[in-house]
Design a protein around this ligand. Structure first.
Ligand code: GRG
Length: 375
């Protein structure tokens, strides 16, 4: 009992520290989203225009109406834009670049293990986010390819480690047996380590080969490094593991997911905008957009985890409930989690309003894709 209480207190301190930090004048490269706090309080009040809008959008979040909207293409950000075509073209290009970038040969098992998980696919949301953000600020898609590969390598290494017995102990990933199930634990661990290292090497070399200004590359490297490490994904994961089986506040839940999930999505978009040559104001706008969709991604993930089968998801469904983890549906209920998702989507879309509509169309549709995805 004492242990539970003590752990819970530490977690809440961590969470409230993060939220205070947000509102303050910190110069940290990462401050968690102030807007999201407003959004949460809006949600709590459950009144007002934006809440009503949120609820109406929420009805179609992850529902049939959303699929129609996506297929139809319309709405803000480019009337006739064919998002499915854009997604498959950009994801395909990144897949080919990853295939080229990943090692073959010796050590054979390590190389196979790295290729197995990265080339297994996945939705490729993070690399497409990097490319689309680069294009948003006027860069060419090709300029973001090394960054796109790097974020997918980092993401995939986090999935490999997340599935290991010492973490979430999951045997299914991207519709196939998890890496450690096929290659064994020590190889999976090392494949993840090697992918993390390769991400930065590949990005540094690739950006140099493209002749990008070194200052942009360095800034993007720092952005990704900080997103992955002790101020980002690793921090979120350690808080997530420590919170299993104990009561978790909403602030703590936000801390976990801002770091574990949103931070890498944010860094993907921001790095794309950096290598694309965005101004500081554009980059910060992209950051706010991506923070919103980063959290949106997790809220939707939690809802899908409770409403879909393992077959539909390509990973084990219901694991969070089984591990007694806090989730948005658990803390808010499914309907309010959906309303929150709708608010986050509206906030992301609002950030794109200052950009050219045609250039913003991919990111606008990507936000909806994340909100309305079915797996
Ligand atoms: C990055 C240094 C470093 C350490 C990793 C294990 C760990 C520490 C973190 C776990 C991070 C994690 C797995 C977060 C969950 C994020 C999430 C919602 C993943 C699912 O992403 P999708 O749906 O997956 O985009 P696909 O397979 O489609 O790419």
């Amino acid at each position: 009992m004492h242990v539970v209480l003590a752990q819970s207190t530490i977690m809440d301190k961590l969470a409230s520290g993060c939220l205070r930090h947000v509102g303050g004048a910190s110069s940290s490269p990462y401050a968690a989203p102030l807007q999201l706090q407003r959004s949460v309080s809006t949600l709590a009040r459950a009144t007002g225009r934006s809440q009503r809008r949120g609820l109406s959008v929420a009805r179609c979040v992850m529902g049939a109406a959303a699929t129609t909207e996506l297929k139809g293409g319309g709405g803000g950000g480019g009337g006739s834009f064919d998002f499915q075509r854009y997604l498959s073209a950009r994801a395909g290009a990144v897949h080919d670049a990853l295939d080229q970038a990943l090692p073959v040969g010796i050590p054979e098992r390590l190389c196979e293990s790295m290729r197995y998980s990265v080339l297994a696919g996945g939705k490729r949301v993070r690399p497409v986010l990097a490319v689309a953000a680069c294009e948003l600020v006027g860069g060419a898609a090709a300029a973001a390819t090394p960054v796109a590969c790097a974020v997918e390598m980092i993401h995939t290494m986090s999935l490999i480690h997340d599935d290991m017995p010492c973490m979430d102990d999951d045997g299914l990933r991207r519709g196939r047996p998890s890496n450690h199930v096929v290659f064994g634990e020590f190889t999976a661990l090392l494949a993840g380590d090697a992918l993390l290292s390769l991400a930065f090497e590949h990005m540094a070399r690739g950006c140099a080969e493209l002749g990008l200004p070194a200052a942009r590359t360095l800034r993007a490297v720092a952005e990704l490094g900080s997103a992955a490490g002790a101020g980002g994904v690793a921090a979120g994961q350690v808080a997530d593991k420590a919170s299993e089986g104990i009561p978790v506040s909403f602030a703590m839940l936000e801390y976990i997911h801002v770091h574990k999930t949103a931070r890498l999505l944010e860094a993907s978009a921001v790095s794309g905008a950096i290598v694309g040559g965005g101004t500081d104001a554009e980059i910060e706008s992209v950051r706010r957009y991506a923070r919103s969709i980063g959290l949106l991604f997790q809220v939707v993930d939690d809802v899908l985890d409770t409403t879909c089968t393992s077959e539909q998801l390509g990973k084990t469904a219901g694991k969070d409930v089984e591990a007694d983890k806090a989730t948005y549906p658990k803390l808010l209920g499914v309907d309010r989690a959906r309303a929150y998702a709708a608010e986050l989507l509206a906030m992301a879309e609002a950030e794109l309003e200052g950009f050219d509509a045609e250039r913003a169309a991919p990111l606008c549709h990507l936000a909806r894709f994340i909100a309305y995805r079915q797996h």
